[in-house]
Design a protein. Sequence first.
Lengths: 71, 499
Amino acid sequence: MTALIESAIPLQDKEVSAVKTALAKRYSDSLEYSFVVNPEILGGLRITVDSSRIDLSLSGRLSQVSSALQQ
Amino acid sequence: MANALSALKSLEFSPLVYSTGVITVLADGIVKVSGLDGVMMGEVVTFENGKEGLALNLSKTEVGVIMLEDSTGLAVGQEVKTTGRILSVGVGPAIIGRVVNSLGTVIDGKEQFPVTDYAPIEKIAPGVIQRKSVSVPLQTGIKAIDAMIPVGRGQRELIIGDRGTGKSAVALTTIMNQKGKDVICVYVAIGQKNAYLAQTTALLERFGALDYTVVVAASAADTAASQFLAPYAGTAIAEYFLAQGKDVLVVYDDLSKHAVAYREVSLLLRRPSGREAYPGDVFYLHSRLLERACRLSDEYGGGSITALPIIETQANDVSAYIPTNVISITDGQIYLESGLFNAGVKPAINVGLSVSRVGGSAQIKAMKQVAGSMKLDLAQFRELEAFAQFSSDLDPKTKARIDRGQRLTELLKQGWDNPMDVTEQIVVIFAGTRGYLDTVQKEQVSTWEREFLEYMQSDDDGIYTALKKEQKLTEDIEKLLKAKIEKFNSIHSELMIGE
């Protein structure tokens, strides 16, 4: 299993290890990590493991705001 | 603007953990998605353009999703997300009087009503302990039904017959008769022509029925998915009012088209088909819908949902697949025959084949007292009907049976736009079953009825009030009523035989 971790700006080392520890607890120790910088998410993190997504990004929150306003 | 601000203030961000998938196939209102691990059965999923779909087919390699809205803006390769919620309809007290679609969006051209609650489209029906037996009548206003095939609040009574026999008319008359009776009505139109639906809505408005009715519409132009969900949406809306302890009447017009829409969705989802190409769970489709009609016990609010599903038969064949399914689910059926309709008997109810499994428990005592013998009188008449043409050669007893039967049949004829109050029904049926119409000319029975009711309207000697109070035919009321009818008959000799 590969975990894809997207961030808006490159992560610092201690942030990288914090993310790895948290994910290892949630999934398994044999998880592979792939850190990608994706400015489109504007801020925060977006983690995808296979088809599971943990969306802690700013763009995710903004889209929720926009759909709430549309209703 | 204020709406937007309050929406922002009350916004709760939805779960940040969800499942994603990729569209692999997009066709015919069905989307096949790969990935989407952990998606629930019946879960709402969102597409990239914000549109929603319903996950209905969960298999090892892909998820079959039916589109709830049109497919514009969707493309293969796009991302699909789970939402963690099951499909619900937005409801509120202001939904009454509106025309909505299967998703709860208004389609009558006016503003969306304020949504205060969400009612789930799929729900497990109340269990045995939560229910109470049916004992309160739901007055349809149709003499033949209220007298011999009575419907109670919380019952499921099927209206079945060929096309053009007056099935929708029976349902609409029942809705019209609920005026002032504290019953909320939900009319679910499945697969009907838009023009016909507009006509029906205008009719309900004209008779003031929209003040207590909600119309859920999935017309023939809507997707099969929409038509499949419409009855469940109607039931969800009914359950919202049921939870408040209210009595609700739901009409499903009609479940035959509903089964066809479900067949279309199932075949597109490549589910195995069975008899007549219907999917294997077409029985469950209707049984889980109709089981949600119930009467709740007092500790659960005491409300009720009465269901009037409609099934269209082909060539009067009640032994076909879907009709037999629904007949075995409901608590009785009102069987409308095209032969009777063409012979001028309207409503074209075949009293012999129609049944109400709740029966007398759903009638007030007065109605039981006057209508008790009517079914038997009519049954005896039907046996002898063939001999009616030889009426001059018959013995007096047979002739009397035929005369009585003919007059009762005339009495039971009724205009669809003329629902009759139960007290008026009781007095005219009293006249019919106790023999006061035997001296009236057969062709004048409906005139007799109309004029007698007018006569009673002007002065009823307190009979109506007494009936409403006592709910049964006391000796005093009977005496008064007898005198009234005899007086009326003596004044109106032009309606009698031998004039």
